[in-house]
Design a protein around this ligand. Structure first.
Ligand code: CMC
Length: 429
């Protein structure tokens, strides 16, 4: 294959080199396009644009493959735990026993948040969406941890990274407790990451709480499955915010804000709401028809993905985990699960979904699982944010450490008014 791509325009030719990844499509390096031709590229939604070079996560959307630092998500979810995945994403290799112990020690020593943060929470309305509280409280971390905001210092960068991985579950559990009017529960460093999170969410000071090991394992899996996903919208937001040299905690708050949208992390909440609204399997055809109707904005939530044109590998694991949790809890006939399974079956055989390659994504089964674990729907995206924090941080760190790094500054195709002169108020039509 040729090592250059040629662009011919008005009899002139410009050549652009190809760059090869370890796996996946090559990219045409068009960094000099504007200088060489005076043209920009136009790619709304970045469907054909690699925004950066990265060594962290690889997705093959056609084959349904997801690798973190080369390791398949199925193996990480089955054999590893969340903090090991965090270490892998941050440092590039699986930890040795010693490295793992040291990492767990460092994370668990940062799980508490500044006591003043609790007063910050009381400024929110109790009925605020927990994601609204998260956007505010994660951003507020930037006002508390001044000794880890010099992004040019590798030690401070790592301290900020560890702090965020450690404190995110604490903030999320506080958002939940505040929402339901219960006292905040302090973290317990003798528990695993997932157990501690369940403890902070579901323990109350008046009686002991022990997390069910099957449910804790499911929580751990949900965290692993959501840990990173290449240059998705929230990760790209974090990278773009970070490219200006912004405070790391503020960059993560930007990621939380982006994740909230129903086309992204908000889909787990939207998917469960949709399944509840459908209610019974006999109403599925009505919703399938709505999803296909071009004049109806309705979409089947939890279906489709920008990159996966095959079964989302995370959805398969999520489906198994969902069954494990429902079995453990003795939930035999969950009507939402029945609707979900029937909807999945019908959609996988329907021409519209088959032709458009719309498969269930990770959010399709995560909602049912999270609800069975005891979380209200409004917390679903918060849990996604807890898990994705490590991905955001690893990608942010990689960007800051990249010697080629420059501020992200896309251009545009301007279609507004041409230059015109100011019209005095009295002369306007
Ligand atoms: N239901 C019905 N039709 C759909 C759906 C859906 N869920 N998703 C895509 N389509 C159709 C869409 O109407 C379009 O049809 P046409 O070509 O005739 O105009 C075609 O499929 C391509 O859709 P698109 O919107 O151009 O694709 P996209 O890559 O821009 O969007 C998506 C990807 C995930 C935003 C979209 O599939 C969607 O809105 N899904 C529902 C929301 C959801 O589950 N999001 C979670 C994604 S996974 C977790 C995460 O990223 O956070």
């Amino acid at each position: 294959m040729s090592e250059t791509a040629k662009l011919a325009l008005d009899g002139k030719q410009a050549e652009f080199g190809l760059r090869h990844g370890t796996i996946g499509p090559d990219v045409v390096d068009i960094a000099s396009l504007y200088k060489d031709t005076g043209l920009f590229t136009y790619d709304p939604g970045f469907t054909s644009t690699a925004s950066c070079e990265s060594k962290i996560t690889y997705i093959d959307g056609d084959e349904g493959v997801l690798l973190h630092r080369g390791y398949p998500i199925e193996q990480l979810a089955e054999k590893g735990d969340f903090l090991e995945t965090c270490y892998l994403l941050l440092y590039g290799e699986l930890p040795t026993t010693q490295e793992k112990e040291d990492f767990v020690y460092r994370v668990t020593r940062h799980t508490m948040v500044h006591e003043q943060m609790s007063r910050f929470y009381s400024g929110f309305r109790r009925d605020a969406h927990p994601m609204a509280v998260m956007v505010g409280s994660v951003g507020a971390l930037s006002a508390f941890y001044h000794d880890s905001t010099d992004i040019s210092d590798p030690h401070q960068r790592m301290v900020a990274s560890i702090r965020m991985i450690a404190k995110m579950p604490t903030l999320a559990a506080m958002a939940y407790k505040y929402h339901i009017g219960q006292p905040f529960v302090y973290p317990r460093n003798d528990l695993s990451y997932a157990e501690n999170f369940l403890h902070m969410c579901f323990a109350v000071p008046c009686e002991p709480y022990t997390a069910n090991p099957v449910l804790a394992k499911a929580m751990e899996r949900i965290f692993i499955l959501h840990a990173d996903h290449e240059q998705n919208a929230s990760t790209s937001t974090v990278r773009l915010a970070g490219s200006s040299g912004a405070n790391p905690f503020a960059c993560i708050a930007a990621g939380v804000a982006c994740l909230w949208g129903p086309a992204h992390g908000g889909a787990n909440e939207a998917a469960l709401n949709m399944l509840s609204e459908i209610g019974t399997a006999d109403r599925i055809p009505e919703y399938i028809a709505k999803a296909k109707d071009k004049n109806d904005p309705f979409r089947l939530m939890g279906f489709g993905h920008r990159v996966y044109k095959n079964y989302d590998p995370r959805a398969k694991i999520m489906q198994e985990t969902c069954h494990e949790v429902l079995n453990e809890l003795g939930i035999k006939d969950d009507p939402t699960l029945e609707v979900a399974m029937e909807l999945e079956r019908i959609a996988l055989h329907d021409d519209y979904f088959v032709e458009k390659k719309l498969y269930p994504n990770v959010d399709f089964y995560s909602g049912i699982t999270l609800r069975a674990l005891g979380f209200p729907v409004t917390m679903f995206t918060v849990l996604f944010a807890v898990a994705r924090t490590v991905g955001w941080i690893a990608q942010w760190k990689e960007m800051i450490e990249d010697p080629q790094q420059r501020i992200g500054r896309p251009r545009q195709l301007y279609t507004g008014a041409e230059r015109r002169d100011y019209i005095d108020m009295g002369s306007r039509g």
